[in-house]
Design a protein around this ligand. Structure first.
Ligand code: F6P
Length: 345
């Protein structure tokens, strides 16, 4: 009997549990024993593990988050940590690892694989910013949550004749903002990929008011750099994700819109609510397909790869190809979203 380990790293995301379940269940036909590794790479360093069986994955399909816990530990940051990982894999006779993560975790996986550790990757993130896969699980759940929030915000904005600014996650990619903005019928969508000026935004909102539309919903992605707009002259403290620390671009934008337009403005920062909750049916299905696909790669001993969705097929690509760059919003998608807002072509 071969033993495989599964770990979940990076920010949590709806559908991670569905992958864990699919790895365990998919491994049964190959007689794999599955070990859950707690808290991402950290569990591999500390040998903090949880043997998985059918009962441990029962009922987790619909649960958000990850039963294994997660962390942003980088296994290659300290040589001594990586030595511990190698020792543990050998000592406990792990045949292979399945690493579920976003860009950070998968970049580490690529580097660990290069050092001869047999592993395969499974892409996860609500941000949908991983190359080589049409979509990641978690994204559908997050845009559903955000769309629902926008629907709620619309009625209150409309009643009070206000501008409602909604700040959305997504790190340096605007996928969540564009897609949820499209689904929620936002009146403006601001993302890091597309340059805009405040004058343009103000003119658009002013025109709406003059046309009798007495409220507006403005979606802004957290990755937008307000300094790029010439809004702030002093350098802003940035966090590890390169975001404005403790400020929130939404708040800055809201304040600016209210003072320039003289229209009452409110700001909602959706925050971590976007990462929680039960995965949608689509995310459960994709996560399940990814989990089973990863087991197939392990069985074929085809390591250093990542499962991915292309069209309606689960394929695999070298990890190297997936993590080399960020998948950002393309012009066609952005223009489509803007076409239904302001007739742009
Ligand atoms: O990558 C997912 C994500 O939720 C981003 O959208 C967000 O910027 C980031 O993680 C937040 O990370 P943390 O959990 O470290 O605050």
């Amino acid at each position: 009997m071969k033993t495989i380990g599964v770990l979940t790293g990076g920010g949590d995301c709806p559908g991670m549990n569905a992958v864990i379940r699919a790895v365990l269940r998919g491994g049964i036909k190959y007689d794999f024993e599955t070990l859950g590794i707690r808290n991402g790479w950290q569990g591999l360093i500390d040998w903090d593990i949880q043997p998985l069986d059918d009962s441990s994955v029962a009922g987790i399909l619909s649960k958000g988050g990850t039963i294994l816990g997660t962390s942003r530990t980088n296994p290659l940051k300290n040589t001594s940590d990586f030595e511990k990982i190698k020792t543990n894999i050998k000592k406990y006779e792990l045949f292979a690892l399945i690493v579920v993560g976003g860009n950070g975790t998968l970049s580490a996986a690529r580097d660990v694989a290069k050092q001869g550790i047999p592993l395969v990757g499974v892409p996860k993130t609500i941000d949908n910013d991983i190359c080589g896969t049409d979509v990641t699980f978690g994204f559908d759940t997050a845009i559903t949550t955000i769309t629902d929030a926008i629907d709620h915000l619309r009625t209150t904005a409309e009643s009070h004749h206000r501008i409602m600014v909604v700040e959305i996650m997504g790190r340096n990619a605007g996928w969540l903002a564009v897609m949820a903005g499209m689904a929620g019928g936002a009146d403006e969508i601001l993302i890091p990929e597309v340059h805009f000026t405040l004058d343009e935004v103000c003119t658009k909102l002013q025109n709406r008011y003059e046309a009798g539309k007495r409220f507006s919903l403005v979606v802004i992605s957290e990755g937008v750099h307000l300094q790029d707009l010439g809004l702030l002259s002093a350098p802003i403290e940035r966090d590890d994700n390169d975001h404005e620390k403790f400020v929130g671009v939404g708040n800055i934008l809201g304040k600016e819109l209210e003072s320039r337009l003289g229209i009452e403005t409110r700001v909602t920062i959706l925050g971590y609510v976007q990462r929680g909750g039960s995965p949608t049916a689509n995310d459960r299905i994709l996560a399940t397909r990814f989990g089973v696909g990863a087991v197939e790669l392990v069985h074929a001993e085809d390591f250093g790869k990542m499962v991915a969705l292309q069209g309606n097929h689960i394929i695999n690509i070298p990890l190297e190809k997936a993590v080399n760059q960020l998948k950002t919003v393309d012009n066609d998608t952005y223009n489509l979203a803007m076409t239904v807002i302001d007739g742009r072509n």
